[in-house]
Write a protein that binds this ligand. Structure first.
Ligand code: PNS
Length: 162
């Protein structure tokens, strides 16, 4: 199988992301989880923190590497020698935006194929934004993010109880 890229902001990585990464790792020879450097967004976690968290939670996957990229995703894929982009789809609401990106990426580089995986049903309502909001407001993120991410969220937003 070709090499694949799982791109995203991962601010922070959730159990939904991890599920997609694990399934991509079982399908493709080599998988690069690529954290985007997006100057337009102000993330909660720094780029280094997001990369570190991903390295921790992907440590059990020998064919998965974690990296970051700036600029066009298809250009990064070309440099990396990857011909597949893997994205997770949660609900119909994700579809329009993902279709637009997939078609635009194909136009930019027809040699890179976007492959969609359906998120596990229990993660279909999960997003990094919702996780951050729950954490900020002192709610429990148990079961939504890996344990190491839970600790980092606790440190970052300063909630104590959970
Ligand atoms: O986790 P996200 O924020 O939904 O990830 C979005 C991501 C990183 C996949 C997207 O923003 C992206 O590909 N950015 C790189 C810039 C680029 O290639 N833009 C053109 C896409 S049509």
């Amino acid at each position: 199988m070709p090499d694949a890229i799982v791109p995203g902001s991962f601010d922070p990585v959730t159990n939904g992301h991890l599920d997609i990464i694990e399934r991509a790792a079982s399908l493709f020879d080599n998988v690069t989880v690529a954290v985007v450097v997006n100057p337009a967004k102000e993330p909660l976690f720094t780029l280094d923190e997001r990369v570190e968290m991903l390295q921790e939670v992907c440590a059990h996957l020998p064919n998965v590497a974690v990296d970051s990229f700036e600029g066009l995703l298809v250009e990064y894929a070309r440099q990396r020698g990857a011909t597949v982009i893997v994205k997770g789809l949660r609900a119909v609401s994700d579809f329009e935006y993902e279709l637009q990106m997939a078609l635009m990426n194909r136009r930019l580089n027809p040699n890179v194929e976007t492959v969609f995986m359906m998120t596990a049903a229990e993660h279909s309502y999960l997003s990094s934004s919702v996780v951050k909001e729950i954490a900020r407001l002192g709610g429990s993120v148990e079961g939504l993010v890996p344990n190491s991410v839970k600790q980092r969220l606790r440190q970052k937003v300063g909630f104590q109880k959970r």
